[in-house]
Design a protein. Structure first.
Lengths: 358, 358
């Protein structure tokens, strides 16, 4: 027989008050602090949630932000599940056409796939990469998205493209407002390294660098948290976005056939149901002749984990209504946020904790 | 147009070293500390993961324990999806018979449903409750489970029963070793309060008190984290158990028809896939004449989120093999634990952090 491992609180504090509790290593999230500055600390919030000994507001640190009132309560989202070819110019033209069609069908928000301007391979990333801080010809994919957002007066979450920045490459999602300006830029933070012998081996980290920030953006269609593909595998990121007040999480993603069939729908529905918000994903269309065969099945999921719309695996434009009133409805029916146990677990949002913002 | 909310680290520390960072309120997890003792602190680990600037080992605090070598690499688990009647003695006899049948079919671990000795209602909980610290007639359900485990030499995760402790009632799962001794006791920590007008309204908190601890138990068939029903809705608990080295999470649960169809399979598969371990659930069989109609569909899920076996909604005993070698296989194929971003998010296990144990 084995012993019980139930962990009970110690009656003695491990540290007395006054001792430093956490030093963040320089070179990671506080790179700009001069060497002579005392090491910064994670400041854990000291407030105790009113009305519950279980401290639900402590289950995320800092305490969760209230859900902001969105600029629109209902709007149409488009998921443009594009075919990707080796011809970059053709990919850009095809994307431009799809965005225009989506806007014509009433979409106020258009979501594109992960890596829509380039075949999905480590060999191709450097060839198709753009310096999005450059102008004109240096970043034709980026420029097209900005122009399309402005001329069609829609918000665009531009899927992702390989981004070149100095000698580094990133898998980057750009978000454009209705005036065509860049609202936010998410560099994939969890790179996709997988090795399932006989099925799929892929190591993004061979060519790409991971981003250093979670990205949440206030747009004309609500507060949107961004993840790219493998980012969806990590529930912590979605919890973090929900605590920052997201209405919608958007994940451009190119799952493959193996992980797609098992995990693609599951991950989206779980992130939506766990956090009681909307999740939208957009994949490239499937090309069985490509070196990397994408799963397709771009999807919109509601805050009860319900699939609202899903594409097949071929090229498609899904246009569907998002009704944000469902968020409050689900949260009032099953008040998960009031039921969390901050006395048992706490999800620390490291950057928000150390930031003066938000 | 709205503004970007990407949060970047501040260059200035909010606190200088030497200040206390978190005071835990007395009366919750450090109740026994005298009032004159300085307030205890959460001690965040200072070690930086070797080999990655992304600090994957910091994504859970304290750092995750290595997966222990389980006492068996393969074994059979039984999910006893029992019908529950208003007759407590009959429920106990029926459960005893099912456990014996499961053991006869080779099961080394038997999992029972949530609230298997009583109809599922607030009115019934106090009537059917047992003082499991009593003996003999005071706790016939508890005594039967202990006796069955000992005489059949199996591990039993005894679903749950209403437990009376002083003037409080809990929804409690008892885990028995092969010698019949109590290895661990989990009191449901997230009570099920739900209000979906026209479909279901139920407030466990009207009669029950929530437990104060997560519960993980070393057994002859591996390290097992326990949750009861609504506990499965909280991804933090499953992450916490995975970081404590769980091979298997067991959730006795009585989802209803509304949440069952949407969420039951989803939650199990998500907890398994996110944490790359096994998840087993056990529901009462469905009784459409009962005041609370359970969903059924007791399930075993593997570490890729794959459903290995699932009952329908009628009384059934599922006996299926658990192969722990799949855990390492999945974790080596997709090394989520090495890909987590401790520089961006950290899940704090409050009790483990403050405990001298584990």
């Amino acid at each position: 027989m084995r012993g019980a491992l139930t962990i009970r609180p110690s009656s003695a504090p491990l540290l007395t008050a006054g001792q430093p509790l956490l030093r963040l290593s320089r070179g990671t999230i506080n790179r700009r602090i001069p060497a002579t500055t005392p090491p910064p600390c994670l400041r854990l919030t000291t407030a105790v949630a009113v009305g519950s000994a279980f401290q639900p507001d402590e289950a995320t640190v800092p305490a969760p932000l209230p859900l902001p009132v969105p600029p629109v309560s209902k709007f149409k989202i488009a998921l443009c599940q594009l075919s990707v070819t080796p011809e970059k110019e053709r990919n850009i033209a095809r994307a431009r056409k799809a965005i225009e069609e989506a806007a014509g069908r009433g979409a106020q928000l258009v979501l594109l796939p992960e890596i829509w301007n380039s075949p999905f391979s480590n060999d191709n990333f450097p060839v198709y990469a753009e310096d999005i801080e450059g102008v004109g010809d240096a970043a034709p994919s980026f420029s097209m998205l900005s122009e399309a957002a402005r001329s069609l007066q829609i918000t665009i979450i531009g899927g992702s493209i390989p981004e070149r920045s100095g000698d580094r490459l990133y898998n980057t999602c750009c978000v454009f407002g209705t005036d065509g300006k860049l609202l936010g830029k998410h560099r994939k933070i969890h790179l996709f390294d997988i090795d399932i012998p006989g099925e799929i081996t892929f190591k993004e980290s061979n060519t790409l660098t991971a981003g250093e920030h979670a990205t949440i953006v206030d747009t004309d269609v609500g507060r949107i948290g961004i993840g790219i593909c493998h980012d969806i595998r990590f529930p912590e990121l979605a919890i973090l976005y929900a605590a920052r007040g997201a209405h919608l999480l958007c994940y451009p993603g190119a799952f493959n056939i193996t992980t797609g069939s098992l995990l693609w729908e599951l991950m989206q529905r779980a992130r939506a149901a766990d956090n009681q918000l909307f999740v939208a994903t957009c994949s490239p269309a499937r090309d069985t002749g490509a070196c990397y065969v994408a799963w397709g099945h771009s999807t919109l999921v509601g805050p009860f984990g319900e699939v609202i719309a899903m594409a097949g695996h071929e090229e498609a434009i899904i246009v569907e209504e998002v009704d944000y009133s469902l968020i409050e409805l689900r949260r009032s029916s099953i008040p998960l946020n009031q039921q969390r146990r901050g006395d048992l677990y706490r999800l620390v949002d490291v950057h928000r904790l150390n930031s003066r913002g938000l």
